[in-house]
Write a protein that binds this ligand. Structure first.
Ligand code: ZN
Ligand code: ZN
Length: 192
């Protein structure tokens, strides 16, 4: 699903912060949408299953034909980066690069009062990026991210309570599941 007002993938992080979901993930989605809308700008000789299906289903057909044809004609070049990634997906690689740039930008921006203030106020990062940020941020900024993640964990205790009720055969409390579905969807990876 597309966000209502699409952000440009190169938008500054602070623009993505106010959306109530992980800003890094938001910009990665924007980047992925941009690749699918205009694949000619992001040449690929190798695509993972997810991106091959996305190209088939979501890109302009003319573009998809062109890319698939070139893949059929030219087998991808084997990389030396290990057995599990003989043919790394060009789009996944581009996404990982953008992700690393955005993590670095997040770290730099945390030194600025305005950005830090927004992080405190809107305070949403997904678990994956939260953990990466804790590794790279100095204190006390890393502690801010720990607090954000701790508030995510409240959902876990709500889920455990709900589980106990369900096992007792109690009805109701389905709102908890809706809440968790919302959270899980907002955490969802780019290629999952
Ligand atoms: Zn991929
Ligand atoms: Zn994230």
């Amino acid at each position: 699903m597309r966000p209502q007002t699409a952000l440009a993938p190169e938008a500054p992080l602070i623009q993505a912060l106010a959306r109530g979901v992980c800003p890094i993930r938001t910009l990665m989605r924007a980047f992925q949408n941009a690749m699918l809308e205009a694949p000619y700008r992001y040449p690929a000789v190798s695509l993972c299953n997810f991106h091959a299906w996305s190209l088939a289903g979501a890109s302009p057909a003319v573009e998809a034909v062109r890319i698939f044809r070139s893949m059929l004609e030219e087998p991808p070049v084997r990389s030396n980066s290990g057995a599990s990634e003989l043919y790394p997906c060009n789009w996944c690689v581009a996404l990982r690069e953008q992700e690393n740039e955005k993590l670095a930008e997040f770290t730099r921006e945390m030194k600025r009062d305005k950005f830090r203030g927004w992080v405190i106020e809107y305070g949403t990062v997904c678990l994956f990026h939260g953990r990466r940020l804790i590794e790279i941020l100095p204190e006390p900024e890393a502690e801010l991210i720990r607090q954000i993640i701790a508030s995510n964990q409240k959902l876990e205790s709500q889920l455990s309570e709900f589980d106990v009720k369900v096992r007792r055969g109690e009805k109701g409390g389905g709102g908890v599941l809706g809440h968790i579905a919302e959270f899980v969807v907002s955490q969802r990876g780019i290629t999952r």
